[in-house]
Design a protein around this ligand. Sequence first.
Ligand code: PLP
Length: 245
Amino acid sequence: MSTPDSPSLSADDIAAIIGNLDEVADRARAAAESSGRSGDDVRVLLATKTQPAEKIRVALEHGFTLIGENKVQEITGKAEALADLNPETHLIGPLQKNKVNHTLRHAHCIQSVDNLPLAEKINNRLDVLDETIDYFIQVNTSREDSKFGVAPEDAEELVTATRELGRMRLRGLMTIGLPGSSPEEIRPSYSDLRELSEKLRGAGVMPAEATELSMGMSNDFELAIAEGATIVRVGSSIFGARDYT
Ligand SMILES: *Cc1c(COP(=O)(O)O)cnc(C)c1O
């Protein structure tokens, strides 16, 4: 399976990625089924930051459809190379207001909405474009000082305010666990997100159909699925360690 734009991937590299994809998919399905859900209820999002388009292409050609990038520049940089495969592209990293225009060009969903001025900027731009977009509210359930994500106690107010924005469709909640935490330490941040979602939907603050929970990464995605994740974001266990050089 060589493609014109994957000159540097060997057959072994490709086989390794495919083996990892199959393994992650199997483990995600097993985790869903062992908590009484269908495997189809959980989607594996490929967390593709720093990964070249040729590796992402392998995964898309293998049947995966959902990718997540952290930086707008990376979305833009790879979009053209992957356009023929038409991936569903989510932004999963922080978004600055001055990058909104570029983001809307290629992203189908923004998972990192955590403040109202950002949401208003997105909505205003969508008005100009006469388009709509899906979004998640990112919540900081890690109980640590983190720059990203709205505090759980402020989520209701933010959800209520962003729902007024007519061009944005709320899909659910997203959280990032504490980097480097053990599964036992991370678990409450996932159960808290599920409980918050249930509470906000039960009270009519979130629409009933905004059931998505984006949580869990390579080290803990099975745990996240046990806590109700509908999207797990997996990078290094599919593509290998990231090269930041
Ligand atoms: C990098 C990243 C992931 C994936 O992390 P891995 O440990 O490589 O699976 C998931 N979510 C976000 C927001 C990320 O930045």
